[in-house]
Design a protein around this ligand. Structure first.
Ligand code: DSN
Length: 433
């Protein structure tokens, strides 16, 4: 960091403060993780300088030999990782991956089924404040109140009633395995396309710790930075490419033969311009890391840690939505603890424990207040923490929540958090202080 420190000490200090925050606090936001220094090196490298609109071998700019190499490598590694025939690594984010996928399979106004945001879905699965809810006729399915799991009877009934052109499975706060096979059965009955948004469990899927959507879904979208532990970004995949069934006009380039070509053209020039080649090269680095046997050890530990955190909290009287977790996500309904999600997020943050407030299914509170919090284990597992540390973390969370106005106690716990973090150092070779 010597260049930045010397040339712009203001932003250097801001970045350094963020490093200290990440180092000294317990990161329990389910969608966050710590990439390897190699991923960060690629993401901060020379490819940030390069314009490369187009695809390998078909760019609108000269000088693309090396970015082509990086993009081809990222694609090939992702194909191996997920068993996919087709991959597009250019989406800048999960939302953009979803936008390009929806625009490929749908026309404006088409009907789509998606999991309700307050039941664990995602903004891009039909929220009225998002492009998805504005361009398409989304109908939401829900989880069952008793089980916290997708209500497949309702999905079937809604599918029969609305004949959706596409069904989306997956979400941002769903702690259980996504049952791709059950969604496929329903999609087949109504002739709907099936799209999986695996942004959350992608790393678990890549390593076989979560079932794979690859043989069940027509299209799969993901982010690369959550359990997959890559740089911030998105990706679109297909298990098998297919013929363009609609003879659809691709943006700019006329009719295309295959769905893959249509997706490519929806990403660029449809919704994006120049790809972020530094991020694509960092994706390639992360995919190689995820192909190593050690990644499976890591993802198994993520789930073991989440299960321990969930069961320890359950033993302390916390209501865990769906009664536990199959993944890295734990959704906690705090109603019986007489604290809102917002207050819980705030008091935990004071102690150096970072979580996010989250709606729980059938929540009576607004998204700004909420009745719950979402907790996840990818980042603390990257630091090397295991089940024993999850029990300690559950103890700390409980001590704060049951006495959330006790600043002295919160301060004591903050010191314990720092000590625990010191035992599991983060990026210790990157910064000396
Ligand atoms: N914001 C992400 C999450 O926290 O799950 C989803 O886009």
């Amino acid at each position: 960091m010597t260049f930045l420190q010397n040339s712009d000490s203001t932003i250097y200090e801001i970045l350094h403060s963020e490093y200290v925050r990440e180092r000294d606090t317990l990161e329990l936001i389910a969608s966050e993780n710590f990439t390897s220094p190699s991923v960060m090196e690629a993401a901060g490298g020379v490819m940030t300088n390069k314009y490369a609109e187009g695809y390998p071998g078909k760019r609108y700019y000269g000088g693309c030999d090396h970015v082509d190499e990086a993009e081809i490598l990222a694609r090939e590694r992702a194909k191996t990782l997920f068993g996919a025939e087709y991959v597009n690594v250019q989406p800048h984010s999960g939302s953009q991956a979803n936008m390009a996928a929806l625009m490929t399979f749908l026309n404006t106004g088409d009907t789509v089924l998606g999991l309700d945001l307050s039941h664990g879905g995602h903004l891009t699965h039909g929220s009225s404040v998002n492009f998805s809810g504005q361009l398409y006729n989304f109908v939401s399915y829900h989880v069952l109140e008793e089980t916290g799991r997708v209500d497949f009877k309702e999905v079937m009934e809604l599918a029969k009633e609305h004949k959706p052109k596409l069904i989306i499975c997956g979400g941002s706060a769903y702690p259980r395995f996504i049952e791709f096979d059950k969604f496929r059965e329903i999609a087949d009955k109504t002739g709907s396309f099936l799209m999986a948004d695996i942004a959350h469990p992608a790393g678990l899927i890549a390593s076989g710790v979560h079932p794979s959507p690859i043989s069940f879904c027509d299209v799969i979208t993901t982010t690369t930075h959550k359990t997959l532990r890559g740089p911030r970004g998105g990706m679109i995949m297909m298990g098998k490419d297919g013929e363009n069934p609609w003879n659809k006009i691709a943006p700019k380039s006329g009719r295309v033969k295959n769905i893959s070509e249509l997706i490519d053209s929806m990403v660029m020039p449809g919704i994006q311009g120049g790809p972020l080649m530094h991020i694509i090269s960092a994706k390639a680095v992360a995919f190689a890391e995820a192909l190593r046997p050690s990644f499976k050890v890591y993802t198994k530990q993520i789930v073991a840690n989440a299960k321990t955190l969930a069961s320890t909290l359950t033993s302390k009287g916390y209501k865990i939505i769906s009664g536990g977790t199959d993944t890295h996500v734990i959704l906690i309904d705090l109603t019986n603890k007489n604290i809102t999600g917002k207050s819980a997020e705030n008091c935990l943050e004071k102690a150096g424990i970072t979580v996010n407030k989250n709606m729980v299914p059938f929540d009576k509170k607004s998204p700004f207040i909420t009745s719950g919090i979402r907790v996840g284990t990818p980042a603390v597992t990257t630091r090397g923490m295991k089940e024993a540390q999850m029990e300690i973390i559950a103890e700390m969370i409980d001590s704060i929540i049951i006495d959330f106005e006790n600043d002295k106690k919160i301060n004591n716990i903050k010191n314990q958090v720092k000590e625990l973090c010191n035992d599991y150092p983060l990026y210790k070779d990157l910064f000396t202080t």
